[in-house]
Design a protein around this ligand. Structure first.
Ligand code: GTP
Ligand code: MG
Length: 322
């Protein structure tokens, strides 16, 4: 166990952009320990400057490759870029695959790029809370663009990208006849649609399919004044990368205007609920621990049913809220 650095020291070091301090505070956020909360409270008040970009798509759609391409392009445009990779099946693979790609590229050793793979399955309050805390830590650490990469399967993953200022949905040619974003119910969350692997000859069809769907108006919740672009991008040839950068920048500007208020409020509400869940779970676990073993025995003997006993446990928390 490493020494527990006092929060004030750690926050100052994070704010100075010290990577070791950033990594340590993210680990504390991941673990969800109550001791980390004062530091995370301070971080939240300092954060809010970075442009948070969420990228999602079905497995194999080319998200990780696109994120590496995007990180390099943003870096070349003078941004400090952080990537938070979330992989629901294996906490490390997404990040390490991406890490390998970055290592091989011109970004090796560049302090202006930081990649973090989240390992938060089962953490208190779940992945969404930990991920959004990590984003704030990176924001305070001086990264002006933070990319969250997550597979668009599962409610948690979709909610996390929805908590970004700009959400990009990636679809690839050749992964089936129907556009994957529609199958996975991701069509309506996109602020920008990317058709990846645009160097392939079948990419045009996927592009046309998505544009057609957009034209039919099969999209709810369109932000006022924003037309969702559909952009073909090849990480291999570089085609479309500049267009994507421009779209991200102009959506970021649109999001910062009063038109973005409703979305910010929705994101804040989501965050509040997730954080409350974390606190509630903590308190519930602590407050009910002494009684659980005995109730468990009664339950195993079928002397009572799980609903009655669980309600009893919840009641103890409500009666004694400390
Ligand atoms: N032709 C072509 N292939 C690409 C391109 N980008 C990615 N690929 C290939 O598509 C496959 C999937 O790419 P990934 O970036 O790993 O996709 P992913 O969406 O991150 O996949 P998961 O992490 O499994 O969800 C790999 O074999 C890539 O080499 C591209 O621009 N053109
Ligand atoms: Mg990936």
């Amino acid at each position: 166990m490493s020494r527990y650095v006092p929060s004030e020291d750690l926050i100052a070091r994070v704010a100075a952009g010290e990577i070791a301090a950033i990594a340590r505070l993210i680990s504390r956020a991941e673990a969800g320990a109550a001791e980390a909360r004062p530091a995370l409270s301070s971080i939240y008040r300092l954060a809010g400057r970075a442009h948070v970009v969420g990228i999602t798509g079905v497995p194999g759609s080319g998200k990780s490759t696109l994120v590496a391409t995007l990180a390099a392009a943003l870096r070349a445009a003078g941004h400090k870029v952080a990537v938070v990779a979330i992989d629901p099946s294996s906490p490390y693979s997404g990040g390490s695959i991406l890490g390998d790609r970055i290592r091989m590229s011109a970004l090796a050793g560049d302090p202006g790029v930081y990649i973090r793979s989240m390992a938060t399955r089962g953490a208190v309050g779940g992945m969404a809370r930990a991920t959004l805390d990590a984003v704030d830590i990176l924001d305070v650490g001086g990264f002006d663009t933070i990319v969250i990469e997550t597979v668009g399967v599962g409610q948690d993953e979709v909610e996390i990208v929805k908590a970004s200022a700009t959400t990009i949905v990636v679809s690839a040619p050749g992964l089936g006849d129907d556009v994957q974003a529609i199958k996975a119910g991701m069509l309506e969350i996109a602020d920008i649609h990317v058709v990846s692997k645009a160097d392939r000859s079948d990419a045009n069809r996927t592009l046309a399919d998505i544009k057609h769907m957009m034209a039919l108006g099969l999209r709810a919740g369109v932000a006022a004044g924003w037309t969702v672009p559909v952009i073909g991008v090849s990480s291999y040839s570089g085609e479309g990368v500049e267009l994507l950068l421009a779209a991200i920048a102009s959506h970021g500007e649109a999001a910062r205007t009063p038109a973005g208020d409703a979305r910010r409020a929705t994101i804040a509400d989501f965050r509040l609920a997730k954080t409350a869940e974390a606190i509630l779970l903590d308190r519930f676990t602590a407050a009910t621990a002494p009684r659980r073993a005995a109730l468990g025995i009664r339950l195993s003997r079928r002397e009572a049913d799980p609903y009655s006993l669980a309600s009893e446990l919840v009641e103890t928390l409500i009666k004694d809220p400390t």
